[in-house]
Design a protein around this ligand. Structure first.
Ligand SMILES: [Zn+2]
Length: 522
């Protein structure tokens, strides 16, 4: 009886074990869906960890069959087509345990992988020993054309404005890159104006326009606000189908990020009176003939059918005559006065809050050099009707500083107008100012004034002051002033010499060496 119980128990155990092995003997059957992926990629399948035979079928074609311990990666792209694809991975076991391993790549990316067991070490499914087909993977891979190319709005991919602080009349440069998926048509520069207190003066509107084409374009605009205030700049880009990206540069098409509008502060040029300038030529203003006055029609340049207006004065002069800096400053520009005519060159000096320009000269200074008031900076060029064009402009240096004439009518299309602002912009009439005669170029001789000391017989001038070297004189040059004073008393005498050299207080010498060095008069 007892033996019988054992037999029943053993039968139950073996039955249980056979149920177990029956459960694990179920073949693996997996169905995997991948995609849809856009066309154009390559697909690679790696088969490894094989025990015993692995077969690969793509769309019903056998493309690979490898055996125990083998490993292979194949490019299956050629077997694939647009639409649905079926990749079958079939594993057959010929004896003992079985294992498999698969990796599917799309380009460099793994899009699916699976493996079971470890070949030669550990069989899959608890070392199942079933023979025949033991694992079947069916991958449904969908490949399709990308969505129809969309006609998206264009957008701004870079945007810069510099400088962010300028004086009225100075240029602001707006650089940009724009892009569109279909094609670009034009880019517009838009501006929003506030006063310096931040009150809105004018809302967004177009102020410049460029026609462009292609899918990408880089360029720039220039703007010169004519009034102090705060100005916001943005681009309004239009593509070939009329879609646009608004002036706030908001991103409506592509990355990268949003380039918002950029603000520029425009300050009025330094107000107030200019310092008393020094006359730029030998002698005095009254001795000179003015060939063309400030604001006269300048008939060498028309803008929209109207002559430009003269921004300076043309002072008659002789070739080779020295030209002097009207005030101390820095040479900001040396330029050719004309590309067409033999008109000599021009010099722009930036002073404290204003610039002066000297045209039709042969410069004796170089760009960026410091010059002092009264320094000889050039000589008059030998042109037809030789003269000095002398101009004065309020504000810091800009390209406008060197303009000899500016348009009197508005146009930004006409190339002859050079996008210049309207006359007079910040130029002022040089004849509205008073000048100091160049003290180194006296049109009148310098006389010493003698002041006798008290209780002393009056000293007498025996001979007039005589300057031995002939003029004109230059800063740094030594000149000799000769004179004779008779002092019949015992008390010392003092005297002043009216010159740039300063006050002299010495006795018992008959002649003096005066070094001409001072930059300002006594
Ligand atoms: Zn001129």
């Amino acid at each position: 009886m007892r033996g019988r119980l054992w037999i029943i128990a053993l039968t139950l155990i073996s039955l249980f074990l056979s149920i177990q092995s029956f459960v694990y003997a179920q073949p693996i059957n997996k169905s995997i869906s991948l995609g849809p992926y856009p066309t154009g990629d390559r697909y690679y399948l790696r088969v490894f960890n094989v025990d015993d035979v692995s077969r690969v079928r793509v769309n019903g074609r056998d493309v690979l069959s490898i055996g125990y311990y083998q490993e292979r990666e194949i490019d299956i792209t050629g077997y694939l087509r647009e639409g649905q694809n079926t990749i079958e991975l079939i594993l057959e076991n010929t004896g003992g345990g079985w294992t498999y391993g698969y990796v599917l790549r799309k380009g460099g990316n793994v899009i699916w992988s699976d493996s079971c067991g470890s070949v030669g070490k550990e069989g899959c499914n608890r070392n199942d020993q079933t023979k025949g087909i033991v694992a079947r993977h069916v991958i449904n891979l969908a490949i399709q054309q990308p969505l129809q190319q969309q006609d998206r709005p264009p957008n701004v991919t870079s945007f810069s404005v510099s400088p962010r602080e300028v004086l009225v009349g100075q240029a602001v440069r707006i650089g940009f890159s724009v892009r569109d998926d279909v094609g670009l048509q034009r880019v517009e520069l838009w501006r929003k104006d506030y006063d310096l207190q931040g009150r809105l003066r004018q809302d967004w509107r177009e102020i410049r326009r460029q026609s462009i084409s292609g899918r990408e374009f880089s360029g720039s605009f220039e703007d010169r606000p004519s009034e102090a205030g705060v100005y916001e700049y943005g681009l309004h880009v239009v593509d070939s189908s009329g879609k646009w990206n608004c002036e706030r540069n908001s991103q409506t098409g592509f990355s990268p990020g949003v380039y918002g509008p950029i603000k520029v502060v425009v300050q009025a040029p330094a107000e107030g009176k200019l310092p008393k300038l020094q006359w730029p030529l030998v002698g005095e203003l009254s001795e000179r003939k003015i060939l063309l006055s400030f604001g006269n029609d300048w008939t060498w340049g028309y803008c929209n059918g109207r002559p430009k207006k003269h921004t300076g004065i043309d002072i008659k002069a002789s070739p080779g005559e020295p030209v002097f800096a009207a005030d101390s400053g820095i040479v900001r520009e040396i330029f050719s006065a004309s590309k067409t005519y033999n008109w000599g060159e021009g010099i722009v000096i930036e002073h404290n809050g204003f610039t002066t320009v000297y045209i039709h000269v042969i410069p004796k200074v170089s760009k960026n050099s410091l010059v002092y008031r009264g320094q000889e900076i050039a000589v008059i060029a030998n042109i037809e009707g030789p003269h000095l064009h002398f101009g004065i402009r309020k504000g810091g240096f800009s390209e406008i500083s060197k303009r000899g004439a500016l348009p009197q009518v508005n146009s930004r299309e006409n190339i002859y107008c050079q996008n210049d602002p309207l006359f007079p912009e910040n130029f002022i009439d040089p004849l509205s100012l008073q000048y100091e005669v160049n003290p180194l170029q006296p049109s009148k001789p310098m006389w010493p004034t003698i002041s006798p000391t008290p209780q002393s017989p009056k000293p007498e001038i025996i001979s007039d002051l005589k300057i031995l070297e002939p003029g004109p004189y230059r800063v740094g040059q030594t000149i000799t002033a000769e004179f004779t004073i008779q002092n019949s008393g015992n008390a010392p005498i003092t005297f002043d010499v009216l010159t740039v050299g300063g006050r002299l207080k010495e006795l018992s010498q008959k002649s003096w060496k005066l070094k001409v060095a001072a930059l300002s008069p006594l």
